[in-house]
Design a protein around this ligand. Structure first.
Ligand SMILES: Cc1ncc(COP(=O)(O)O)c(C=O)c1O
Length: 405
């Protein structure tokens, strides 16, 4: 079949594949524990639901401007002022179908064929594929010291004449670490000096633990907004537990935003109108759901880290935010695909292989589920791997005896 070269270069989502397998197993009544998820389990804020149903009840659901309804852009402007102390105008804002589309149209707007985009590993699985879709070449940079903290020298080394942009995601999916203020300052200054684009993906910046505060990239920008090449990305997906609504946005100079709007207008038109109204409700409404989600996640993180540290040989960095951690299981198995499959097959725990995020030997584990799922999931992983764990384990009513170590 004549499937395009571009389509053939885009890999299948391993996460979705694992979800499929897990759903099939669940259908058969298997007691699957999902530690691979990428969304909070709490409910969307009531203000989002009220605002969304109000527009649905009119029965008049129409196209919206391609860059979003004015009420949503206004809410995003207010959000940017409150959380970044940055005044922006409607011309500096585009609302998209999730942070994902905002990043995608940004890449379409800035990349020439074969332009390179540099980002530190571990990275969000979609960056390499999105860069390829936009005709660019992904250039991941793995910190030499094996840490999750990139150094500006390593980033600078990867930047060459074809580099068009750098993508930074902090707090980071999958490691959960938040990059230091110094690093963010350095990367902003570096991009200004080199005149390259900087896409700051702040998707998780409200879900930060231990009293830490997210770093505001605008503090280090020296250029006026409309000459700056910084594009800030955010969304309602994670902080308000509104992944299914598909609303995200970008803030940037008016020229790039204009180009992104043109692309989006041909690609999908404006995001779904009820979803935009839901986002307006969430952004303008009572904000307590974010803090309540943040506190739940911090507690879940503590439980997960404590349990993981009890497994012999597993190295884990305590996440500063998000709802992921990225432990190193290489003492047991370096091939993370094999390991994830083994855990699903033997103990019915879904994890995501580190290879997908650019780091072998690791697994991404989510702590956005319940404490029970976390404790039982990690107990099963420990049982599957750690020779010191007891020999027997109950999966529901089924007794397992370890026989593969
Ligand atoms: C780092 C990062 N950026 C962007 C997104 C996409 O967010 P959205 O669901 O709003 O498209 C995700 C979702 O998992 C993410 O982890």
């Amino acid at each position: 079949m004549s499937i395009s070269q571009l389509a053939r270069s885009i890999s299948e989502s391993v996460t979705l594949k694992l979800n499929e397998t897990a759903a099939l197993l669940r259908e058969k009544g298997e007691p699957v524990i999902h530690l691979g998820g990428g969304e909070p389990k709490s409910r969307a804020p009531i203000d989002a639901i009220v605002s969304c149903t109000a527009v649905l009840n009119t029965g008049e659901i129409r196209y919206t401007p391609p860059d979003g309804i004015p009420a949503l852009k206004k809410a995003i402007i207010r959000y940017t002022e409150e959380h970044y102390r940055k005044l922006v105008s409607p011309d500096n804002v585009i609302a998209s179908n999730g942070a994902k589309q905002a990043i995608m149209v940004a890449l379409y707007a800035i990349l020439e064929p074969k332009d390179e985009v540099v980002f530190p590993a571990p990275y969000w699985v979609s960056y390499p594929e999105m860069v390829k879709l936009a005709g660019g070449v992904p250039v991941p940079v793995t910190p030499e010291d094996g840490s999750f903290h990139p150094r500006i020298e390593e980033i600078a080394e990867a930047v060459g004449p074809y580099t068009k942009a750098i993508i930074i995601n902090s707090p980071n999916n999958p490691s959960g670490v938040m990059y230091s203020r110094d690093f963010i300052a350095e990367v902003v200054q570096f991009c200004e000096k080199k005149n390259i684009w900087l896409i700051m993906d702040d998707t998780y910046n409200r879900l930060v633990f231990d009293g830490k505060t997210p770093v505001n990239c605008y503090e280090f920008v020296t250029q006026p907004l409309d000459s700056s090449k910084l594009i800030l990305i955010n969304c309602v997906s994670k902080m308000y537990a509104m992944t299914g609504f598909r609303i995200g946005w970008a803030v940037g100079n008016r020229e790039v935003i204009r180009a992104m709007i043109n692309i989006q207008s041909q690609q999908t038109s404006g995001p779904s109108a009820p979803a935009q109204w839901a986002a307006v409700g969430a952004l303008n409404g009572v904000q307590s759901s974010i803090e309540s989600l943040r506190m739940t996640l911090e507690n879940n993180r503590n439980v997960m880290i404590e349990r993981l540290r009890a497994i012999d040989g597993v190295k884990v960095v305590k996440p500063d935010g998000t709802f992921y951690c990225f432990p190193d299981f290489s003492a047991y198995m370096r091939d993370s695909n094999k390991l994830a499959n083994l855990l699903l097959e033997k103990v019915r725990v879904v994890t995501v292989p580190g290879k997908e995020f650019g780091m072998e030997g690791h697994l991404r584990l989510s702590f956005c589920g319940t404490v029970k799922e976390i404790t039982e999931g990690i107990e099963r992983i420990q049982w599957a791997l750690d020779p010191k764990a007891p020999n027997e384990l109950y999966l529901g009513t089924r007794k397992l005896v370890r026989d593969w170590l």
